[in-house]
Design a protein around this ligand. Structure first.
Ligand code: ADP
Length: 258
């Protein structure tokens, strides 16, 4: 049929133009979702046309982080249409199921949901930031094999690095030849809510040297900050503001944009 081939080529070309950046971690609770959300917002502030996919099917937190809980994305011709959270087009597993509903899906269903979100109508988005589930499971394999990320950002806490959880995530992506963008150290040092001084209960410089040993770029150091936690819980991501808590995320976005 004349024309069909053209359409298919156009779609492939469109897909190729959109770089997928996976944000991964060795385990949960290290701030991967917080980093993903604020990285997406900070990239948008730098003028990058960005979309955010929350593939953390076992604990989707982007709807809460970006104050879009309870919203339901529409679909047209079986293609999902992203909604907006904090000004950024986004889709989350949390939007596709009832809030609070435990997602006890088998791997293939989770991988299918990932595909639907990645192939959604992102219009002119140049970059998709994908908040991955922690660890090394089916969604990771599907991401690597099917969606071919342009790069991966690994998020780790100082303790996580010491316990080499992060190393496992790094190995998975490296074995699949996914380019490493670099390492983000989150909850690094404690920012005093009174004077702003940063102290280092776990010492400092460990993550940076670990990144060096693994041959990875060290992208940013984000302090453990009460302000970051309260802003995140309130659905007002720090990167959207102009305060000092936006700075490390803006610096991170600058590095990722390069
Ligand atoms: P993950 O996606 O790795 O499971 P989250 O991004 O959900 O982790 O973060 C886990 C918890 O830690 C959340 O309550 C979040 O607000 C908090 N958090 C993340 N990063 C920071 C930080 N730099 N300072 C303070 N709290 C943080």
């Amino acid at each position: 049929v004349p024309g069909v081939e053209d359409v298919r080529i156009a779609q492939t070309a469109e897909k190729r133009d959109r770089a997928i950046v996976a944000v991964a971690s060795g385990k949960g609770g290290v701030g991967k979702s917080t980093v993903s959300a604020n990285l997406a917002i900070a990239l948008a502030k730098l003028g990058v046309r960005v979309g955010l996919v929350d593939a953390d099917i076992y604990g989707p937190s982007q709807p809460r982080l970006l104050a879009s809980e309870g919203e339901k994305p529409q679909a047209e011709e079986k293609q999902l249409i992203p909604i907006r959270g904090a000004g950024v087009p986004m889709l989350s597993m949390g939007h596709l199921v009832q809030p609070g509903q435990a997602i006890a899906w088998r791997g293939p269903m989770a991988a299918n949901a990932l595909g639907q979100m990645i192939d959604a109508r992102w219009d002119d988005a140049e970059v998709l930031i994908v908040d991955m589930p922690p660890g090394t499971g089916d969604v990771q394999l599907s991401m690597i094999q099917k969606h071919k990320p342009a790069g991966v950002v690994i998020v780790s806490t100082p303790q996580d690095l010491a316990l080499i959880d992060a190393t496992r995530a790094v190995n998975l992506f490296e074995q699949a030849h996914v380019p490493m963008i670099g390492l983000v150290e989150n909850m690094a040092g404690y920012a005093c809510p009174h004077c702003g001084e940063i102290s280092d209960p776990f010492g400092s410089g460990g993550a940076e040297s670990a990144a060096g040993v693994m041959g990875m770029a060290f992208l940013a150091r984000i302090p453990l900050s009460i302000a970051i936690r309260t802003a995140s819980d309130a659905g007002t991501p720090p990167a959207a503001g102009t305060g000092p808590d936006a700075e490390p995320f803006m610096a991170l976005a600058g590095r990722v944009k390069e």
